[in-house]
Each structure stands twice: as structure tokens, then as C-alpha cells.
Design a protein around this ligand. Sequence first.
Ligand code: ZN
Length: 420
Amino acid sequence: MTDLAQDLAAFITAAPSPYHAVAEGVARLTAAGYTEQPETGPWLGGPGGRYLVRDGTLLAWFVPEDAPPGSPMRIFAAHTDSPTLKVKPRPDTGAAGWRQVAVEVYGGALWNSWLDRDLGLAGRLVLFDGTTVLVDVHRPLLRVPQLAIHLDRQVNQQGLQLDPQQHLLPVWGLGAAEDGDLIDFLAGEVAVDPDEVAAHDLVVHDVTPPALLGEEEELLAAPRLDNLASVHAGIGALLAAADGVAGVIPVFVGFDHEEVGSASATGAAGPLLETVLTALAGGFDARGAAFAASRCLSVDVTHAAHPNYLGHHEPAHRCVPNEGPALKVNANQRYATDAPGAAAWHRACRDAGVPSQVFVSRNNLPCGTTVGPILSTRLGIRAVDVGIPVLSMHSARELCGVADPGYMAAAATAFLTDPA
Ligand code: ZN
């Protein structure tokens, strides 16, 4: 495995929930000398690297020495969340001698992909005193068992029908379900008093480690490539951008809640990025000019052309793994890309020596979207949508080319340092 793909695999494994993705990002930024800007404290300002955390969202930026007030910003925006199953407030349930965990579907998950996998559980416990404790059971704990074919003879011909209320409940052992069982167990995992646990945000995750695939090991199979591959590339690009950047301020943001529409206090439609960019611009009066000269790279995975379903792809805009990240274009602003943004992206790829592709969806299929159009709508900052191609998007386990994450990070570094 290339060093970068290896590091991406480690990042993904360390980040089974958005809170863990933020914690891993903070660890990497701290190791590089970044210090925290507390959200509730005064603006610290000054040159150097800082980060700001709220829940599952992470912002970080690097102010070069002698950056004048109102310097344009170059922003890398991605998201920390992935489709999954989220534990309900009262999780303990069961039937027929099985103990089960009650879950809701989070985001546009491919439900079938969660069947018959060894699943862990991760997220945060919040104690009565307000303390947040991260928890990650990173070993097989749960399974959503599929019905045997003998009891569903038509499943292969008629397709799998799943009722998310009835058919997606994981089992986690045998016996009678008792209220408090799951939280007692999780509190024990992190050595806190279960009676002090007041609430939780917990998601399931596949514990199978990321793996290289293919004769030449040119593919990477992993959970949460959407969108931890982009978060990982963005943090790497920000750290690399500190080297010699002048005239612009590089900014990274990884938002929570993209998979459910971004409308939350920590989502891309919330005020967090605007608050930070306004402070970086030197205040409300200066921000109009600074925002007008700023640019945002909205980074999220895109569809690789599926060899078994070629008819679902626009023939002249098919994307292939290991041929570089794709520029994403949509006439109806499902992607924010316009010609000046596209030109800035092509310039970044050229400067970085990175190949690039173009993704456009078919006219007769709806186009996906991501944080780019939301951010440009909210802030008036030009955004350009890009991302590496993957197969099996929103599956519990996705597939990408092993070279593309490195291409993405290199192009992003050029974008974040581009004074033009
Ligand atoms: Zn995504």
C-alpha cells in the first residue's frame, strides 16, 4: 500500500463516528503545532495554525506571517459523517431469546450492505455533568442477520425488500433484554459510572479493516470513504499548505450532518464557517471584499463508472479510479462549479502535476449534491465541487483507487495556496 493510502486506512479505522474523525483530526493538527481557538473564548488571531471544534465538526486554518487584514481565503470543505445505523434513545429490545439494539437509519444508507457484517459501535456518551466521553467498541459486537433464502425463495429474482423498522435491528447476543443493558455495557467499556450517563449519540460501524484489492493492489476497499477520504486529504493539504503560503489564508472544514441535508448547528447550512471566516477577514466591515476574493473547494466522493451498470453513467463523462479526482458539474447547481471555479481547479491540478476527470450525471437521472452549493448560497463565496471516484457509494464498504487520495491531497494543497 502506498504510504498515503496506508495513512488513510489508519485514519478511517480511527474515525468510526464524526466525533472520532474530529478527535483524530485534532490529534494530527496538534502534532503539527496547531492550537485551539475555543469557540466560547475571545478571538485569538495572530499568525500560525489554529483549530476550532464543535461536536462532529472541525475547522482549522493557517494564517501566514504578515498576512494583511482582509486576505482572501482558500477553503477546503468536506464532511465527517457517513450513512449508518444510529442507536435510538431507548436501545434495549429483543425477541425470541435474542437481545437486540433499536436503531434508526442515518442518511441514505444502502440498507442491504449492513446485513451479515460484524459490527462495532461508536460515538459519544454525555454524562449528567455535561462531560462528553468518546466510546468505540472496535470488535464484533452486533450483526443484522439476513433471512435465510429457504424462507424467502424469491429474494434473488424479486429483489430484497427491507422494512427499516422491522428488518434492520442488530442482535448483540442472547437472553432477555433489560432496560439499561447497552449503556451499562458501554459505560463499562470506558470506565464511567453507568448511572452518570445521561444521553448518547452512537452509530454502528463495520469492524472489517480497510484492505487493498486487485492483482496490482490498485484499489482500496474501506468503510466511510464517503467522506473520510476527503477529510483526510483536506487535513493533509492544510498541513502541507503551511509551507510557503503567502497572500491567502488556507482553511479546512469538515462538517457533520451532510448525509442528512446539512441543516444543523454544526452542518454546512449552519453559521460556524461564516463566524470563523468573518473573524479571519478582520470583522464584518472587511468581510465583503475578503469573501469576494475567496474560493472554496467542496470535496466529496463521486461515482466511478460501474462496469456492470454502464447505462447509469453519462457516456462522455465517465470517471475511472486512479485517473485523478473529478471535477463535478451540474447545470442546475446541484454542484456549485462554474467556469472560473473550474479554471481554478484545473490550474491547481496543473500546478500539482495531478490528472483530473470530469463528472456529469445523465440528463435522465437526478444528480447528487453536497456542501458546495450550500456554502456558496450561504456565504456568496465561489465554490467548486470535486471528489475522487468510488464504487458502492453509501454502502457499508466502498471502493476507490489507491492513487486518487494522494492526487486529491496534492491538488488541494495547490488550491489552498493559490494566490491568483
Ligand atoms: Zn459524501
